[in-house]
Design a protein around this ligand. Sequence first.
Ligand SMILES: Nc1ncnc2c1ncn2[C@@H]1O[C@H](COP(=O)(O)OP(=O)(O)OP(=O)(O)O)[C@@H](O)[C@H]1O
Length: 244
Amino acid sequence: MSEALLEVEKLSAGYGDARVLDDVSFRLDQGGSLALLGRNGMGKTTLLTSLIGLTRRHGGRIRLAGRDLTAVPTHRRALAGLGWVPQERDIFPSLTVEENLTAIATGGAWTLDRVYDLFPRLMERRSNMGNQLSGGEQQMLAIARALMLDPKVLLLDEPMEGLAPLIVQELFRIIQRMIERDGLAVILVEQHAHQILPLTRDAMILERGRVVYSGDSRRLIDEPALLDRWLGVGAVELDDGTSA
Ligand SMILES: Nc1ncnc2c1ncn2[C@@H]1O[C@H](COP(=O)(O)OP(=O)(O)OP(=O)(O)O)[C@@H](O)[C@H]1O
C-alpha cells in the first residue's frame, strides 16, 4: 500500500478532561478527498481543530507526508502543510483582497495569478477591503488565503454555511476544480451530505466522536438507508435541492 499523505491513528482529543473524539483513525492519500459528516455536535469541527493542534490530545498520532506532527505546535503544522479554513472565515477586514493574499504568500505553487484563475470573482474585487465583501466572497478569500500558504491538505469547515444558493453553486464548482483539476487533498465538513458526497471520493461519519462509517462516498449515495441511519432527516434531499 502506498504511503498515506495524512495518517491519523487512534486519535482521542477534546477540551480539558472532556474527551470528544475517541479512537479516530483514517488516512487520506495524495489527491484524496474526504467528506466529514455527522449530526450537530458529533465532533466534526473538533476533529479538524485537533488535526491542527487546537485541542487537548488524549492519545493517538498524526502524520503528514511521512512527518510525525503529533507534538508539533499549531503554527508549525500550517507550515508543514495543513491548511485550515475555519467556519468563521478568518480574513483581515481592513486590508484589500489582494493585500489579504500577498500578506501571507509563501512563494509556493499557489501564486496570485493561479489563485485569481481559480477565483475570478476575487480578481474583480481585488481592490476592495475584506469588510466590503459579501459572505460568499469572504469565504472565497478565506480559502484563497489558505491556498497561498501552499497546503498539502486543505481542511474546510462548512464552507457553504449561511450562503445564498447561487454562491453555493459557484463555490461548489471551485472546490470541485481544486480537487479534480488541481489534485489538492481536501477534508470537507458539511451538514448537507447530498451536496458534497458527489464531490468527494471518501466519506467518514462521526457519531459522538467515534467513526461509524469510513468508506466510499458513492456507497452512501447508493444506499440512502445508511445516511438516514446516521444523519437522520438532515440527509434527506428535498425536491428543490436543499435538505430538511
Ligand atoms: N471549545 C469547546 N470547549 C468545550 N467543549 C466544546 C468546545 N467546542 C466544542 N465542544 C463540544 O464538543 C462536542 C463536539 O463539538 P463539535 O463542534 O466538534 O461538533 P460538530 O460535529 O462540528 O458540530 P456542528 O455541526 O454543530 O459544528 C460538542 O459536545 C461540543 O459541545
